[in-house]
Design a protein around this ligand. Structure first.
Ligand SMILES: *Cc1c(COP(=O)(O)O)cnc(C)c1O
Length: 471
């Protein structure tokens, strides 16, 4: 790593202590949590890599702006500052504020999708998937073939499969396609970016078949940075210019600003179509708030307006990307494979490969996540069979997930490289003796969104057990 490139363009002004529990306290905490990290308390966690959503640090300039928050019910100054910034960034004339991304999905899909229609994506994020279903439509993922090879260094594994998209649009189901939604970066698939060429081709196909084309642009700035670094022709563009170009290619967007808004809460819908705007606005006022605040306080809007300026700073994006890449290198050095190439907002550990002694129904990703907490107080999220696998009513795994992954999400401007070195050190120790990590079985699970409320228990250590006994 070249430290000149990795140097963050800020220093730290306000700090928050992090908890350190003893190994015995962590063991008890995890047992009390039903071996589900979502049930842990924040004051039990040393390094929290559960999510990069709403977990970033704000800047002095953002907090100064927040003091100017105008809390007028309608027509607040803060709204106009926010709206102008978002218009300038996206080029969309119609902007609706929402309190977070999924609220935008609900409002947009409620007006845009009709029951029985299909929504096609490179990969739907989980709440996006749920909101398409709630609108009575069918979410369908068409990731590119390159995405299936976790180890290859293909630069744009977040792309959609253009041939499959064209086949669907031109085929017998074509008339049912109500929306094509491109997630940038592709959060559901290893934080991989989408190329501008892929977005331009999607736009052409959508034009030809008269289907609306939207972006789910929670990480628009991080995608823009990876385009700048990896796609021919964009090396001299600023991240902001690339982001604006991406928004221009689409008919509209839905954005969670809990990620690249550099704030704890917020989101927006961007639109060109006046009729769709009117329909969304009516829904917004009934369910989120008046159309000049959309569930956000004036001070939130101010933090976001400033955050949107800071997030496209090339020095910030370069340092953040370098920090994630460095963690990937440290893990590679100790034999822990991650999904390649490293993205920016998260690293995805290949738990299936690190823990080959555990079968998918012993949830190796979950087991690795629990071990990271037990050994180092580190919290992260499983993205494997516990989350994505198909199960019967007795919680027995019928169809495993394609991969057993663990996501280490990196909050923005929160942890230093020393914190990430600590994570690598804890993982290095696990990798020295991976057979020590035992599997888990489900004790109870809710019918919907299982991963949030599931309770588990550890299985006896590998040596003395027989797989058939808990079949
Ligand atoms: C986080 C996220 C959402 C949902 O946004 P929230 O603000 O969490 O409601 C939608 N799409 C993507 C790609 C996301 O990462």
């Amino acid at each position: 790593m070249d430290v000149r490139k990795a140097l963050p363009p800020y220093r730290i002004k306000v700090v928050e202590p992090i908890p350190f529990l003893t190994a015995e306290e962590r063991r008890r905490a995890l047992a009390d949590a039903g071996y589900n990290p979502f049930n842990l308390r924040a004051d039990q966690i040393t390094i929290d890599l559960l999510s990069d959503s709403g977990t970033g640090a704000t800047s002095a300039a953002q907090e100064a702006a927040a003091a100017l928050g105008d809390e007028s019910y309608a027509g607040a100054r803060s709204w106009f500052r926010f709206r102008d910034e978002v218009r300038d960034l996206t080029g969309y004339p119609r902007i609706l504020p929402v309190h977070q991304g999924r609220a935008g999905e609900r409002v947009l899909f409620g007006s845009l999708l009709k029951p029985g229609q299909i929504c096609i994506s490179n990969t739907h994020f989980d709440t996006t998937h749920a909101n398409v279903l709630l609108a009575g439509a069918e979410p369908r993922d068409l990731p590119c073939n390159e995405a299936a090879d976790l180890d290859s260094d293909e630069p744009f594994k977040g792309n959609i499969d253009l041939a499959a998209l064209e086949r669907t649009l031109a085929g017998p189901e074509g008339h049912r396609v109500g929306l094509v939604l491109m997630t940038i970066t592709n959060n559901g698939l290893g934080a991989q970016p989408v190329s501008m060429a892929n977005l331009a081709a999607v736009r052409e196909l959508c034009r030809r078949h008269r289907v609306p084309f939207f972006l789910d642009a929670a990480r628009f700035a991080e995608n823009a940075w990876l385009v700048n670094q990896r796609e021919a022709g964009y090396g001299t563009w600023t991240p902001r210019q690339i982001a604006t170009r991406a928004f221009q290619l689409a008919d509209g967007c839905v954005v969670s600003l809990k990620k690249d808004g550099l704030a704890a809460i917020g989101g927006f819908i961007g639109l060109r179509d006046d009729e769709l705007h009117a329909a969304c606005e009516a829904n917004l006022i009934a369910t989120e708030g008046f159309s000049t605040y959309g569930g956000l306080a004036g001070h939130d809007l101010e933090r976001l307006t400033q955050g949107l300026r800071e997030v496209v700073d090339p020095a910030y994006l370069r340092a953040r990307a370098a920090s994630t890449e460095r963690l990937a290198e440290l893990l590679d050095d100790v034999g822990v494979d991650t999904v390649r190439p490293a993205g920016i907002h998260a690293l995805y550990l290949n738990a299936g490969r690190l823990l080959p002694h555990l079968s998918p129904r012993e949830f190796p990703g979950h087991a690795l996540g629990c071990q990271l907490f037990l050994d180092g107080g580190i919290r992260c999220a499983e993205l494997g069979s516990l989350y994505l696998g198909e199960m019967d009513e007795h919680h027995r795994l019928l169809t495993p997930a394609p991969f057993e992954l663990v996501r280490l999400a990196i909050p923005r401007r929160v942890y230093t490289d020393t914190h990430l070195e600590y994570v690598a050190a804890v993982l290095a120790d696990i990798a020295k003796d991976p057979e020590q990590v035992s599997g888990y079985r489900i004790v109870s699970a809710p019918p919907l969104l299982r991963h949030f409320k599931v309770r588990l228990e550890p299985l006896p250590p590998a040596a003395g057990r027989s797989v058939a006994s808990y079949g």
